[in-house]
Design a protein around this ligand. Structure first.
Ligand SMILES: Cc1cc2nc3c(=O)[nH]c(=O)nc-3n(C[C@H](O)[C@H](O)[C@H](O)COP(=O)(O)OP(=O)(O)OC[C@H]3O[C@@H](n4cnc5c(N)ncnc54)[C@H](O)[C@@H]3O)c2cc1C
Length: 352
């Protein structure tokens, strides 16, 4: 891009906020509400729709947590209808978060992606790009990053893992039938995906875990995580095993009893995800460490890390002690609230 078009594309709005919250998943929304209640001038920027990452999880997934751990509004109509112990479908949770943003009229610019943060505490310049490719620069005294941990898949260094028939996200699945499907990874994502696909497909599930660990997870799936009808059919499980090649749609699997091969139509390699690495490098030198009490970045004063991006407070966002007395999310939100209270010397309502 030449200099003239760069200038043309850049609309310098020079708007100044106390805090810009980047990412409007559950955590970004919760932080926006808390800071707005404190009377701060706040803006949320979200690269797509609210809860963009949740919209790209597995469709119709039953959330492992019960509503009371995740709900933001204690008067939410979904809670009122279903009860605090209900395991919501992911679509219900997205609806509930969208209703929350609407009800409290949270200040959010959707379809604005964070590209960079320049400057220092008290005078950040936050560059965002809108859905039409125009960039603008917003001023903020503090920046809260709530961008999640779902941008890039973890890889295992297996030959063939980047081939087209190997997928690292499990999203659209209803159309898949009569296929030989390989699952790699012993986490809940694989278990959820296999439960969805196994009635109409043939599955091989390769896990490093022991047989006992897999059995326990499947039992928990039914008894603890809200899927009482979950059961596996058409599924062979190779435990204590690992895939060593995926080339040419053939899996070579190292099992305790030796090597086996298995031809597949498609493979789901679900071994976790991580944040956008180049953004983390640009903003934080790749260092995601933060102060445990305030969530302020160790690398970049004035920038705060919350939610799945900060890993340690990944889950349990609920905003009230009423709904969920042991909810860590409440304590985390309280910490960022009191950190900002000190920074801006203002008061704020405490959640009960
Ligand atoms: C398969 C699966 C199942 C899960 N089940 C549960 C469960 O049952 N219970 C539970 O509590 N948790 C569950 N989780 C964990 C879940 O990720 C967290 O609980 C929660 O959604 C994280 O919230 P967050 O707001 O931190 O991040 P996210 O929900 O990931 O939101 C991040 C937001 O930031 C936006 N964003 C990212 N980059 C930018 C950028 N550069 N500019 C602007 N916006 C940006 C994204 O578009 C997104 O909307 C599950 C996760 C997975 C993957």
């Amino acid at each position: 891009m030449n200099r003239m078009s760069a200038i043309h594309d850049t609309v310098y709005k020079r708007t100044q906020y106390d805090v810009i919250v980047v990412g409007c998943g559950g955590w970004g929304l919760a932080v926006l509400k808390v800071l707005t209640d404190m009377g701060l001038s706040v803006l949320g920027v979200e690269r797509a729709e609210i809860c963009h990452n949740l919209r790209h999880y597995m469709k119709h997934m039953v959330m492992h947590s019960v509503l009371s751990y995740m709900i933001l509004d204690p008067e939410d109509k979904i809670v009122a209808r279903k009860g605090d112990d209900h395991h919501p479908l992911i679509e219900e949770l997205i609806q509930s978060y969208s209703d929350f943003a609407d009800k409290f009229d949270l200040p959010i610019k959707t379809h604005h992606e964070l590209l960079d943060v320049e400057g220092a505490k008290g005078a950040f310049e936050v560059t965002v790009r809108d859905g039409e490719g125009r960039t603008s620069c917003l001023g903020a005294k503090r920046v809260v990053l709530a961008t999640g941990s779902y941008d890039e898949p973890n890889l295992a260094g297996i030959p063939g893992e980047l081939n087209g028939s190997v997928h690292h996200y499990f999203h659209e699945w209803e159309h898949i039938k009569d296929k030989r499907v390989l699952f790699i990874g012993g986490g809940f994502s694989s278990a959820d995906g296999i439960i969805a696909l196994c009635p109409r497909n043939r599955i091989l599930w390769v896990v490093r875990k022991s047989n006992d660990a897999v059995e326990k997870m499947l039992t928990d799936q039914k008894t603890v995580w809200g899927q009482p009808d979950a059961h596996l059919v058409n599924t062979e499980i190779l435990t204590d095993s690992q895939v060593i090649s995926l080339e040419n749609n053939t899996a070579v699997v190292q099992t305790p009893g030796g090597r086996q091969t298995w031809d597949f139509d498609l493979c789901y390699m679900l071994i976790g995800h991580k944040p956008n690495q180049s953004l983390c490098t640009r903003l934080l030198n790749g260092n995601l460490d933060f102060d445990e009490e305030t969530f302020e970045s160790c690398e970049r004063p004035g920038v705060y890390l919350v939610g799945a991006l900060a890993k340690k407070h990944l889950e349990h966002i609920g905003l009230t002690h009423n709904l969920c007395p042991d909810n860590d999310g409440v304590r985390y939100i309280e910490r960022i609230r009191s950190a900002m209270q000190q920074e801006f010397n203002c008061s704020g309502q405490q959640f009960r």
